[in-house]
Write a protein of this length. Structure first.
Length: 358
């Protein structure tokens, strides 16, 4: 487990953890800014429209609480998310920018043309400048590829990202939504060609979405990468607002059922969450976040609160300590069914040298 660093801010304490094998310290909770202005062409699903005042208040509260990591992407809100953060940064001045880690991403469409998407050198170099202009800053602390691009060789993408680091426009690079084999291939290309390597992955992980435990988390641990978690509440499914009988009609998941969840198993997990939350005097959402925070591979958990009450509730997750029996109960309710070769490894885990089981 990587060492933890603890600082005290004005309103509360916040834990920090090293980003993989780097020396960069990232707050255990990060602020997801995809809500600012809506995402892509579907703002009715995601966000607060043009309510910059509310977005500014959320960023103020998060920063005062010790969050030093704000995450966005060039496609969120058609660039409006980055613009909102940029206006906030400008209003706060250089001292705040010096303390804050700003992350953005590239891949998704930003225009109608055939080259207005993807991970080509042309698109990356064009989009990083556009992101920096909207964010009103001279560098990105983290720059991530948002998805894999089957149309562009990895060598081209990684060489372009390497050049951005060398130019000082980007401090560290990472990826999002890659399969384990794709991430390992990228690391091998970087090593072979002496290019900057991915330092982290931003991946979906929740009590009802534990698939990354099969291959990604073992890879992350072996290669000493950071893990930044998106949608730890499974798009609100684990917020406590949804039951077998129905849910909050105003919630985003009511209109946009994402990420996908096995509902039958999911509601069994929610039942256990409610029991654990009641024992700990915490909300269901805080308990679900606390479980993710308790996983040793996790560097930071990105919370995408849409209003101040959600943000304040989520911030308290860092104060929820789940004892071994509660972690075990949640693990039992949500555990993945073993798949090959994991079940074969388990069969042979206690085998003595020379012993044949079959």
């Amino acid at each position: 487990m990587l060492p933890r660093v603890r600082f005290v801010y004005a309103l509360n304490t916040m834990d920090y953890r090293r980003l993989g094998s780097t020396g960069l310290k990232v707050s255990r909770l990060g602020l997801g800014c995809g809500n600012f202005g809506g995402i892509g062409s579907a703002p009715q699903f995601f966000g607060m429209g043009e309510n910059e005042a509310e977005a500014f208040a959320l960023m103020d509260r998060a920063f005062d609480a010790g969050i030093n990591f704000f995450d966005t992407a060039n496609a969120y809100g058609g660039g409006r998310s980055e613009s909102c953060i940029g206006k906030w940064l400008r209003s706060k001045g250089a001292a705040v920018r010096q303390q804050l880690l700003v992350s953005s991403k590239v891949f998704n469409p930003v225009g109608p043309g055939p080259n207005d998407r993807g991970l080509s050198r042309r698109h990356i170099l064009q989009q990083v400048d556009a992101s920096l202009a909207r964010l009103q800053t001279d560098r990105l602390d983290l720059y991530l590829i948002h998805e894999p691009d089957p149309d562009t060789p990895l060598e081209e993408t990684l060489a372009a990202l390497h050049d951005l680091v060398r130019a000082g426009k980007v401090r560290y690079i990472g990826c999002s939504n890659l399969a384990a084999w794709q991430l390992m291939k990228a690391l091998a290309v970087s090593r072979e060609q002496h290019l900057e390597r991915f330092r982290c992955t931003q991946s979906y992980y929740s009590l009802v979405g534990r698939e990354i435990e099969r291959e990604l988390i073992p890879l992350i641990s072996d290669q000493r990468l950071g893990l930044l978690v998106w949608s730890p509440l499974a798009g609100g499914f684990l917020s406590g607002k949804f039951t077998r009988e129905g849910g909050d009609e105003a919630a985003r998941r009511t209109r946009f059922d994402f990420p996908p969840v096995d509902k039958e198993k999911g509601f069994a997990v929610v039942d256990t969450l409610r029991e654990v939350a009641a024992r700990r005097g915490a909300s269901v959402a805080q308990t679900a976040l606390a479980w993710v925070l308790a996983q040793s591979a996790v560097t930071s958990v990105i919370i995408g609160a849409r209003n101040m009450s959600q943000l304040d509730d989520n911030l308290k997750a860092g104060d929820v300590t789940l004892p071994a029996e509660d972690l075990a109960a949640l693990d039992d309710a949500s555990r993945l069914a073993p798949e090959y070769p994991a079940w074969m490894d388990a069969l042979g885990s206690d085998r003595r040298p020379g012993e044949r089981r079959f």
